[in-house]
Ligand binder design. Sequence first.
Ligand SMILES: NC(=O)c1ccc[n+]([C@@H]2O[C@H](COP(=O)([O-])OP(=O)(O)OC[C@H]3O[C@@H](n4cnc5c(N)ncnc54)[C@H](OP(=O)(O)O)[C@@H]3O)[C@@H](O)[C@H]2O)c1
Length: 171
Amino acid sequence: MITFVWAEDQKGQIGLNGHLPWQLPGDMKHFKELTIGHPIVMGRKTFTSLPRLLPQRLHIVLTKDEQLIAQYAANKQVVMVNSLTELNNWLTAHQQEQISVIGGNSVFSALKDRVDCLERTVIDATFAGDTVMTAIDYQQFNLVKRVSHVPNQQDKYPYAFLTYLRKEVQK
Ligand SMILES: NC(=O)c1ccc[n+]([C@@H]2O[C@H](COP(=O)([O-])OP(=O)(O)OC[C@H]3O[C@@H](n4cnc5c(N)ncnc54)[C@H](OP(=O)(O)O)[C@@H]3O)[C@@H](O)[C@H]2O)c1
């Protein structure tokens, strides 16, 4: 099963200057709970925005950057794929696994017809941003869970975790 995991603001913004536009520890914790123990698929810009390799997760990184590919060639926690064909082949070979696609927009856009489950955080605020989430046809999904959060000392903005399943994969 392929799951998208992301957070967006009221305008669908997901990034600014290669990073998240907000700090929301509650969403970071949610991200960790959803992804730990599973492969995580991402574009090179998202990969290089990570502070470090994320523990207990295999990183699948889409890039054509030969230097970066060589740099991680011997690292067992990272698999570099240099085309969408190669990425799709990897996904097909691992389709029995729970795979999290964590962005950015270029990877969400490339895999949006293939995704089974959406784990979407919607932040009830608007931020400056330069990267917008790809358009998702929510008609193809059922909203199966919604958990709302009010602001607290750590998380300054209200937000909600929404889970959707693609209609054809629902049992
Ligand atoms: N809010 C969220 O939940 C969330 C989640 C993820 C990311 N983000 C944010 O989104 C922004 C990054 O997103 P983005 O869409 O700009 O970048 P991205 O998808 O993370 O990475 C783009 C890179 O992926 C590689 N790539 C894409 N398509 C490819 C293809 N067909 N073949 C080979 N390589 C390909 C290229 O790497 P090379 O240039 O190396 O070839 C490209 O420059 C950042 O601000 C990040 O913080 C937010």
